[in-house]
Design a binder for this molecule. Structure first.
Ligand code: NOJ
Length: 554
């Protein structure tokens, strides 16, 4: 396929957490109609003006029926919609309305495990010889009645739970309510392929594969070895996960899924490469001749501190290791992590979160690759750290509901649309929204920021717009102009016809000497926090605190 047919290469994907994006019926939970009503905000399909964000695709976190133990990542029916979110008919409208606006729709496909309430598991757990008996990973207890081996659950405790009806243990990478499917069983594969075809036949444009490195498990169920020097045998991170994830034959499972995708045209396959050695292992998921994923999520940027040296190294590594013609992808936030503003503000010695947000946005949207935004990031939304224990929803990662530290709820609070009830997320005055709105919502919201030319939102809009206009920013080669960045980044994106220079001062406190020289001294300002837009300038000698400037060579 010609790379220009691979629409995702040029795209900015916008991740929506449906439960907290927009509530159309006032029940306190986001829904599909709410998303439909807000599509114009994301992209109104009018490419000649910049009032909407102009994103190219939405990725919806799971929308299927689910008992919500892991807020949708525990699916109990793969080809339907959670009744709180709407119906299949609503989904068809969403697809149609999105496509009319040039927005592609990507679904989250959670197929490492199902909910324990899924019919498949309900049947599988009843006996050792029912038709679905081998659809999950079952093992006998050891001779002394203990768990089959030392595999742990990522969320804490043993990964094995005993099922009295079968007198056997089942394995779960995540919570006991999320039993892992047995990907060695041909009928399981066929059942999942059917699910994939169901959604493609409806018109979906691609999938994000949840936990896509954990499908295959060691058929001999060998114990994972402890890492050198680690003694805490109850800690997931103490182990080399040799036998419960990232097995070599996991790649074949993804390659087979890819074949189902290739029955259709222009579909994208993105994987959450849930592995220990982030970059090195995740690049393997593109597969030989790109026969696996189109985009592999790895976590170097969100795991870096706000320090140019680290971030520069992460980008250089991706540039070097993502094998051509495979395409890199970058994100700063998602529904499992603290929002970047909340964690980077601590390492930047600054209190101006808007300035930091603009600098971070510039980095994300000007490095080479597909960028993924997480809802509200474009406003400078921060984690809500004031969620009372009784209002927490993330019981999977924080089962006792007291541990605010490990709860992911803070980054999942309602989208901040305006300064009215529940920040415009829900009109239901008597209901509580799914999670409490952040206390900064009266100032940090779309309505207020929309009227302020210097807001984070308007900065994102302009940045997304210039990215759309510039081949160099979307496709051009990346080259750093500084070998060992310490205070700032300076890099170019270049095609045959266009060179764009990106300058970012990482310090919110200090003006710095830029210290670079370029052949040309005539640069047009595409976007800047300091320079006048559209003016032709020399390369600046210094950068003001948190200055960001994007210049195109004349
Ligand atoms: C990764 C998802 O991003 C996360 O939210 C979920 O809890 C686990 N996979 C289990 O599905």
């Amino acid at each position: 396929m010609n790379t220009y047919d691979q629409w995702w290469r040029d795209s900015v994907i916008y991740q929506i957490y449906p439960l907290t994006f927009a509530d159309s019926n006032g029940d306190g939970m986001g829904d599909l109609q709410g998303i439909i009503q807000r599509l114009d905000y994301l992209n109104d399909g009018q490419s000649e003006h910049q009032t909407s964000l102009g994103i190219d695709a939405i990725w919806l976190c799971p929308i299927y029926p689910s008992p919500m133990v892991d807020n949708g990542y525990d699916v109990s029916h793969y080809t339907d919609i959670h009744p709180h979110l709407g119906t299949l008919a609503d989904f068809d409208v969403l697809l149609q309305e999105a496509h009319q606006r040039d927005i592609k729709v990507i679904l989250d496909l959670v197929i490492n495990h199902t909910s324990d309430q899924h019919d498949w598991f309900a049947e599988s757990r009843t006996s050792q010889d029912n038709p679905k008996a081998d659809w999950y990973i079952w093992q006998d207890p050891t001779e002394d009645e203990a768990v089959p081996n030392n595999w742990l659950s990522y969320l804490g405790g043993s990964g094995w739970t005993f099922e009295p009806q079968r007198q056997q243990y089942y394995f779960h990478t995540f919570s006991p309510h999320q039993p892992d499917l047995n990907w060695r069983h041909p009928a399981v594969k066929e059942a999942i392929y059917k699910v994939i075809r169901f959604w493609f036949d409806r018109g979906v444009d691609g999938f994000r594969l949840d936990a896509s490195s954990a499908y295959s498990k060691d058929p001999a169920f060998r114990n994972n070895p402890l890492k050198f020097g680690k003694t805490d045998a109850d800690n997931y991170d103490s182990y080399h996960h040799l036998y419960d994830k990232n097995l070599p034959d996991n790649h074949q499972i993804i390659a087979d899924i890819r074949k189902v995708l290739d029955e259709y045209e222009h579909k994208v396959l993105i994987g959450e490469t849930f592995i220990d050695n982030q970059l090195y292992d995740s690049v393997a998921f593109y597969g030989p001749d790109q026969g696996e994923l189109d985009l592999a999520f790895s976590f170097e940027l969100p795991f870096s501190p706000w320090y140019p040296g680290y971030l520069h190294r992460a980008i250089v590594k991706k540039e070097r290791f993502v094998p051509d013609p495979a395409w890199p992808t970058h994100f700063l936030d998602n529904h499992d992590l603290p929002r970047h503003l909340s964690h980077w503000i601590d390492c930047s010695l600054c209190t101006d979160s808007a300035a930091l947000a603009k600098a971070a946005a510039t980095l994300l949207l000007t490095v080479r690759g597909t960028s993924v935004l997480y809802y509200g990031q474009e406003l400078g939304m921060e984690d809500n750290l004031e969620i009372p224990p009784e209002q927490r929803q993330d019981t999977a990662s924080s089962p006792d509901q007291k541990d605010g530290q490990s709860s992911r709820d803070g980054a999942r609070t309602p989208m901040q649309w305006d300064s009215f009830t529940h920040a415009g997320f829900s009109f239901g005055k008597t209901v509580k929204p799914w999670l409490p709105v952040h206390r900064n919502a009266a100032e940090v919201n779309i309505e207020v920021e929309g009227q302020d030319p210097n807001s984070v939102l308007n900065f994102y809009r302009q940045l997304l717009w210039i990215r759309k206009q510039s081949d160099a920013l979307r496709r051009g080669a990346w080259k750093s102009l500084i070998a060992y960045p310490h205070e700032h980044l300076a890099y170019t994106r270049t095609t045959d016809r266009e060179t764009v220079l990106i300058l970012i001062n990482f310090s919110g406190a200090k003006e710095i000497d830029l210290g670079i020289s370029c052949k040309s001294n005539r640069w047009r300002v595409l976007l800047s926090t300091e320079l006048q837009i559209d003016k032709v300038v020399d390369i600046p000698e210094t950068l003001k605190p948190f200055e960001v400037s994007i210049l195109r060579q004349e």
